[in-house]
Design a protein around this ligand. Structure first.
Ligand code: AMP
Length: 190
């Protein structure tokens, strides 16, 4: 099994790369943001409880997020591996993921982190907001809050995986193909 944590601030290109990589390596892609948005659209209990946080650009509480992630992983017991996109975002979530994978006799093999300058992120997200229909992409203050939350609450996970020798920083500026190639060089050596 290959389990990847695709990491980076909002707008770094995680979703775009996950779409390519899941085909190339036959992995199951789990985007916690996508799962939340699906639940919001369908007005499930989970969606209702997550919406307020997401619209403000804040993190959904760990308890809710971890429960959802576990259920999502259990949906595909035959998976050859996973790309976790947007998860973990806190140390609690990283611990929960380690525990879950350990119970399946596997582990996180690598954190692949896409590195992109903040101003490029804001520009990309505002551009995406014109077509994504995402409320959290439409407002610059919310975008800047999401980036701030990333640095305040999520970026520490870099150290978490560095300590385990699993951290790989990737230049996230370039064409989609160029970035896929950079990530593939990491995966192919795992
Ligand atoms: P994303 O699509 O990854 O940019 O996520 C959109 C929003 O969903 C985030 O700004 C958070 O409000 C929420 N979210 C997604 N993943 C997580 C997570 N792992 N922990 C907490 N909140 C999350």
């Amino acid at each position: 099994m290959i389990n990847l944590v695709l990491f980076g601030p909002p707008g770094a290109g995680k979703g775009t790369q996950a779409d390519v990589l899941k085909e190339k390596y036959q992995l199951v892609h789990i985007s916690t943001g996508d799962v939340f948005r699906y639940n919001i659209k369908n007005q499930t209990e989970l969606g209702v409880s997550a919406k307020g946080f997401i619209d403000k650009g804040q993190l959904v509480p760990d308890e809710v997020t971890i429960k959802m992630l576990k259920a999502k992983v259990e949906e595909t017991p035959e998976a050859k591996g996973f790309i976790f996109d947007g998860f973990p975002r806190t140390e609690n979530q990283a611990d929960a993921l380690a525990e879950l994978l350990e119970s399946k006799g596997t582990t996180v093999n690598a954190m692949v982190a896409l590195e992109v300058d903040d101003e490029v992120l804001v520009k990309r997200l505002l551009e995406r907001g014109k077509t994504s229909g995402r409320k959290d992409d439409a407002n610059e203050a919310v975008i800047r809050n999401r980036i701030k939350v990333y640095y305040d609450e999520t970026a520490i996970l870099k150290q978490y995986y560095k300590k385990q020798d699993k951290y790989y920083g990737i230049d996230g500026v370039g064409s989609v193909e160029e970035i896929t190639e950079r990530i593939s060089q990491v995966i192919d050596k795992l």
